[in-house]
Design a protein around this ligand. Structure first.
Ligand SMILES: [Zn+2]
Length: 290
């Protein structure tokens, strides 16, 4: 989980495959990571934009900067109409690559382009990425977030659930859509929905996911009060500890993916479960659906 301030950007590497889930709020910030990780001139096998908010898509524009010479093979997003000019620019870059035949553009509403709600992508090292259709009736961009389950080459070694900024309506919908049965929602690590907002977690959600750890991608001085105190109360109630990018910087998980092996989490700095300067109780209105 890259430290991109208030936003999300998650890089996955497995056996030579590279996947990026969201790109954070700033092209320059993602660009620094592309340099650091030596991704210029390489192929990124899959990019998934979970939903259409700038703190998730804006940084992705940097992938298409000509001087970076990056090939993106597959790009998933929900393709909903949007008045946003910067999203239109990103889509123009995608369309140009599609015309050249170098990129396949997929709609998260039909992730395998075969009518099925679930598309499974196998990475070169054997890890699997399950990309799930978002709630078709989601009433705002957050509730149109695609869910993604990452499964290590040996499924017992590592699993992770990521669902963008899905809020109460959609996290309830994930179970009713049957994702708790296929591909299954129980995982080791949860990417905290919606940057640790109280509207991105519930007892029922954690009962379904049963994570050991939550990773929160959050800016230290965000206006929203993320990570909300109510969310932390729910995590604590379920004995879920957390790391957060504002306190811990980039968070790295390594899983060997071999039988009976486990995974390790390392951070740039700090301790887990830290409080942040932004943490506060949300307004009752923001959390009324609890
Ligand atoms: Zn967001």
């Amino acid at each position: 989980m890259l430290d991109v301030d208030q936003g999300d950007a998650i890089l996955i590497q497995n056996g030579g495959s590279t996947v990026l889930v969201d790109g954070g709020p700033k092209p320059a910030t993602l660009g620094r990571y592309l340099d650091q990780l030596a991704l210029n001139g390489t192929t990124i096998d899959a990019v998934v934009l979970t939903h259409q908010h700038a703190d998730h898509y804006q940084g992705l524009r940097e992938l298409f900067a000509t001087r970076r010479n990056i090939t993106v093979r597959y790009f998933w997003e929900n393709q909903d109409p949007s008045p946003n000019v910067t999203l239109a620019r990103l889509r123009d870059s995608i369309a140009a690559r599609v015309r050249r035949g170098s990129l396949i553009y997929r709609d998260t509403d039909d992730p395998c382009a075969n009518g099925a709600p679930l598309c499974t992508v196998t990475l070169k090292g054997g890890a699997k990425l399950h990309i799930m259709r978002p709630d078709p009736d989601g009433q705002k961009p957050n509730n149109r977030s695609a869910a993604i389950k990452l499964v290590g080459p040996d499924s017992a070694s590592f699993t992770m659930w990521m669902a963008g900024d899905a809020e109460q309506d959609e996290i309830r919908w994930f179970s009713s859509a049957g994702y708790d049965r296929s591909p299954g929602m129980r995982v080791d690590v949860l990417k905290a929905d919606h940057h640790g907002s109280c509207n991105g977690v519930s007892d029922a959600y954690l009962d379904a996911i049963r994570p050991s750890i939550a990773l929160v991608s959050v800016g230290s001085a965000n206006d929203y009060g993320h990570v909300h105190l109510q969310a932390k109360t729910i995590y604590r109630r379920h004995r879920v500890s957390w790391y957060r990018t504002d306190e811990n910087g980039t968070i790295t998980i390594r899983a060997r993916g071999t039988l009976n092996s486990s995974y390790t989490i390392s951070v740039e700095r700090g301790e887990h479960n830290a409080d942040g300067q932004s943490d506060r109780r949300a307004s009752a209105a923001a959390c009324e659906e609890q």
